[in-house]
Design a protein around this ligand. Structure first.
Ligand code: ADP
Ligand code: MG
Length: 199
C-alpha cells in the first residue's frame, strides 16, 4: 500500500531530479520553444517540496492536490497548469483514503492524464508530455520500473514527431528531430516513483 509519505517522497524525488536536469530541460526547450522549461519546473517543484514540508497532508490525495495547486500558482508556462492538473486530478481520484493500492493509483493517474489531454487538447503523437505519460500509465500495472522505462521510451520517441500542440507547433516541420522537453520532464516524474519506494 502507498501512504501519504510515499507520495511526499515521490514529489521530493521529482524535485531533486528536475533540479539535477533543469539545464538539460531548458536546452531541449531552446530549439523548439523559449528555453524556460527547466527553470519553470525547477521553481515549481522547489515550491512543491517546500509546501509539503510545511503542511504535510495526511492522505495521498491531499499530498497530490496540494502539490498540483502549488505548481499552478508558481509555474508561468504552459507546463504549470498541465502538470498542476495532472497532480490535482490524480489526487482527487484518490479521494481521502489514508493508503491506496498500486492499482488504484494507476487508475487515478490515468484519470489525471486524461484531464491533461482534455485541458490541452493533445493526443498521443502530438509531441507533448502525453507521449511519455500515457505509455507510463499503461505500464504502471506491471511495476514502477516498467512505467519509468515506458516513459523514457515515449520521450525518446518524440524526436521524429512533428509538434501539433504548444509553442513547438508554431515551428511546423522544423520541430522534427528534437526531443520534446515536456515529455522529458514527464519521464523524470515517472522515474521518481521507483525512487520513492523504501527510502
Ligand atoms: P511554455 O511552452 O509555455 O514555455 P514550458 O516550456 O514550461 O511552457 O513547457 C513546454 C512543454 O509543455 C512542451 O514541451 C510540451 O510537452 C508541453 N505542452 C505544451 N502544450 C501542451 C498541450 N497543449 N498539451 C500537453 N502538453 C503540452
Ligand atoms: Mg518553454
Amino acid at each position: 500500500m502507498l501512504d501519504a509519505d510515499f507520495f511526499r517522497r515521490w514529489m521530493t524525488a521529482t524535485a531533486a531530479a528536475v533540479d539535477r536536469e533543469a539545464d538539460r530541460l531548458t536546452d531541449l526547450d531552446s530549439p523548439i520553444g523559449d528555453a524556460d522549461h527547466g527553470s519553470n519546473l525547477r521553481r515549481g517543484f522547489r515550491a512543491v517540496a517546500a509546501v509539503l514540508d510545511e503542511e504535510a497532508p495526511g492522505t495521498p490525495g491531499g499530498v497530490l492536490v496540494l502539490a498540483g495547486r502549488q505548481l499552478v500558482s508558481t509555474v508561468g508556462g504552459a507546463s504549470g497548469p498541465l502538470y498542476g492538473t495532472l497532480l490535482r486530478r490524480t489526487g482527487k481520484a484518490l479521494g481521502d483514503a489514508s493508503e491506496v493500492g498500486e492499482k488504484e493509483f494507476a487508475d487515478a493517474l490515468r484519470a489525471g492524464v486524461e484531464a491533461v489531454m482534455q485541458l490541452g487538447g493533445a493526443a498521443p503523437g502530438d509531441k507533448t508530455m502525453i507521449d511519455a505519460l500515457l505509455p507510463a500509465v499503461d505500464a504502471l500495472g506491471e511495476s514502477f520500473a516498467a512505467a519509468g522505462a515506458a516513459a523514457e521510451q515515449g520521450a525518446l520517441a518524440t524526436v521524429p514527431l512533428r509538434a501539433r500542440k504548444g509553442r513547438a507547433s508554431y515551428l511546423g516541420e522544423r520541430s522534427i528531430g528534437h526531443q520534446d522537453p515536456g515529455a522529458t520532464s514527464a519521464s523524470l516524474l515517472i522515474a521518481a516513483l521507483a525512487e520513492a519506494v523504501d527510502e
